[in-house]
Design a protein around this ligand. Structure first.
Ligand SMILES: Cc1ncc(C[n+]2csc(CCOP(=O)(O)OP(=O)(O)O)c2C)c(N)n1
Length: 341
């Protein structure tokens, strides 16, 4: 079985008018996806050394959702995530070195080694936090959007979560409240069809997730989460809606997770999904697809791509070296940052 959306419609071809974008912007989208992928691949390789004392949830295959959505935001806008944080954090401009230090439990980690990969934070970049509790960030993000309204601030809030979050009551309560109050919030469901090893069809009746959300009275759409420009254009109009007081948007972005639920490597050999399905989805690699799209239109060529690879490789290796050579926290600091005044 090959999973698409329940409607079985597959992905509509999406051909944006490329002339409206400048080359620099298009290449920045490609760079951002490549950077996330290369960070993930290096993390996966090093995870096997057992020095990174944190659970990890890789986003390989799902990069276009983070990058397309965050490209529509400004720095002042606030982003929240669930447990699969890395793509969202990096796409929003979160500090890579601070993230790697966090994963290696170093004192200079982005939350001072208290959180690990599931609990990242970069206030400067507008990455407002994440939660390992499925759907846990939904009410917090909804509250942040309410705060923006009450404080008369013009930031938009965006929250990322997986398809399993749509099995939690708190998600529907959040949508209900945001729709009622027309809050400036964008809900992004990264539907990769699985909750750990349970496929969507074993967990939910066959109604598309974005249609359920629409029934709460919010603007709700489904996008091809392997197509960064389609995601970007959808997110941009959602941000415009939020900023102009037109209320929340729900975006269901369909993309496949190429690796196992957690840790390094693919876990398909445990039998919960067909390895042929994983291979099938690799045809829709968001990075290869976008590179080919740009190359065909003369926006980048092979030497251009190689230069990006080199630059990213260099940055990634430096970030790992920085983390590994940083000090671990002092025992005497154990209770720091635990309580707030
Ligand atoms: C409230 C709650 N229930 C169960 C879990 C255990 N759990 C951790 S991740 C996960 C699956 C999440 O799937 P999804 O939200 O679709 O995100 P994905 O991992 O596919 O990105 C579950 C059930 C949890 N962390 N929180």
């Amino acid at each position: 079985m090959i999973r698409y959306a329940y409607s079985g419609k597959g992905f509509e071809p999406f051909e944006p008018a490329i002339g409206k974008y400048d080359r620099e912007f298009l290449v920045s989208l490609l760079w951002s996806m490549m950077r996330i992928r290369m960070v993930q691949e290096e993390m996966e390789r090093r995870y096997r050394e057992d020095e990174m004392k944190t659970p990890i949830h890789l986003v390989i295959g799902q990069e276009a959702t983070s990058v397309g959505c965050c490209a529509a935001l400004e720095r002042k806008d606030q982003v929240f995530s669930g447990h699969r944080t890395n793509g969202n954090y990096l796409a929003k401009g979160g500090d890579l070195k601070a993230m790697m230090s966090e994963l290696y439990c170093r004192a200079n980690g982005c939350v001072a080694s208290r959180g690990g990969s599931m609990h990242l934070l970069d206030k400067e970049a507008g990455y407002a936090g994440s939660s390992g509790i499925v759907a846990g960030s939904l009410p917090i993000a909804t509250g942040a959007a309410l705060a923006a309204r009450m404080l008369k601030q013009d930031w938009a809030t965006m929250v990322f979560f997986g398809d399993a979050a749509t099995e939690e009551g708190t998600l529907w309560e959040s949508l209900n409240y945001a729709a009622l109050r027309e809050l400036p919030v964008i809900y992004v469901c990264e539907n990769n069809f699985f909750s750990v090893c349970s496929p969507l069809e074993a967990r939910q009746p066959k109604v598309e997730i974005y249609e359920k959300a629409a029934s709460f009275g919010l603007h709700s759409v489904q996008v091809d989460g392997t197509n960064v420009l389609e995601v970007y254009e959808t997110a941009r109009s959602a941000v415009e809606r939020a900023r102009s007081g037109k209320g929340p948007t729900f975006i269901e972005s369909l993309a496949y997770r190429w690796r196992g639920h957690g840790g390094a490597g693919d876990d398909s050999d445990t039998g919960y999904r067909d390895p042929a399905e994983v291979e099938h989805w690799k045809q829709y690699c968001p990075i290869e697809g976008f590179y080919n799209f740009l190359a065909k239109r003369g926006q980048i060529d092979e030497p251009g791509r190689n230069a990006l690879v080199k630059q990213i490789q260099n940055e990634v290796l430096k970030a790992f070296e920085h983390a590994i050579s940083s000090p671990v926290p002092e025992e005497s600091d154990l209770f720091k940052h635990v309580y707030s005044d």
